[in-house]
Design a protein around this ligand. Structure first.
Ligand code: ATP
Ligand code: MG
Length: 174
């Protein structure tokens, strides 16, 4: 965070910990009084712990894809539209440069599904203002994104309780 130009950080891989790691950075940056933005490219209906926690911090802007949309139950086109709308909010946040840390949670899926062209994402990341650290999380980060990253970490699954039929645990998985 003290890097003068800011970093492009990517957390990818099939193991648990990508979103958690990004949220850990948010915790750290907020502790130093730095403004943080987080856009989650997933269904906004879930009351995740991070979303509930975020409401307590004025310096933390927290957006979930699907907020303000009646897209649930919709087809792929509705999903694509929600993803594009979330991306346009995220791109504006990045360009504004008001948040020192901008988390783009699960953005890799938006690229993989072709909702937003990869080149457009890379260009927005590359042209962000100096001093802004961007964090992209999600499985299957495309090679060009990894190549552009200053810091890339792959979470590799060794074991996960889901394999034995366990469900998502409140406070651990959401
Ligand atoms: P987290 O949000 O817990 O940091 P993540 O961001 O690394 O997880 P995602 O790929 O976004 O993982 O998956 C989201 C959900 O899938 C989480 O509830 C997580 O616990 C679960 N999950 C993560 N890794 C695995 C795995 N290897 N096998 C099964 N489920 C997993
Ligand atoms: Mg995640």
């Amino acid at each position: 965070m003290s890097a003068p130009e800011g970093l492009l950080i990517v957390y990818t891989g099939d193991g648990k910990g990508k979103t958690t790691a990004a949220l850990g950075l948010a915790f750290r940056a907020l502790g130093h009084g730095l403004p943080v933005a987080c856009v989650q490219f997933i269904k906004g209906r879930w009351k995740t712990g991070e979303r509930l926690f975020a409401a307590h911090f004025s310096r933390l802007t927290f957006l979930c894809m699907g907020e303000g949309f009646t897209w649930e139950g919709g087809g792929p086109e509705v999903h694509a539209a929600a993803a594009r709308a979330a991306w346009s909010r995220a791109r504006a946040l990045l360009a504004a440069g008001e948040h020192r840390l901008v988390i783009l949670d699960e953005l890799t899926h938006v690229i993989r599904h072709g909702f937003v062209p990869e080149a457009e994402v890379l260009s927005a990341l590359a042209s962000r203002p100096p001093g802004i650290t961007a964090v992209v999380t999600g499985r299957g980060a495309p090679p060009a994104l990894l190549a552009a990253a200053d810091l890339a970490t792959e979470m590799r699954a060794l074991r996960h309780p889901f394999e034995h039929g366990a469900g998502a645990v409140r406070g651990i998985d959401f």
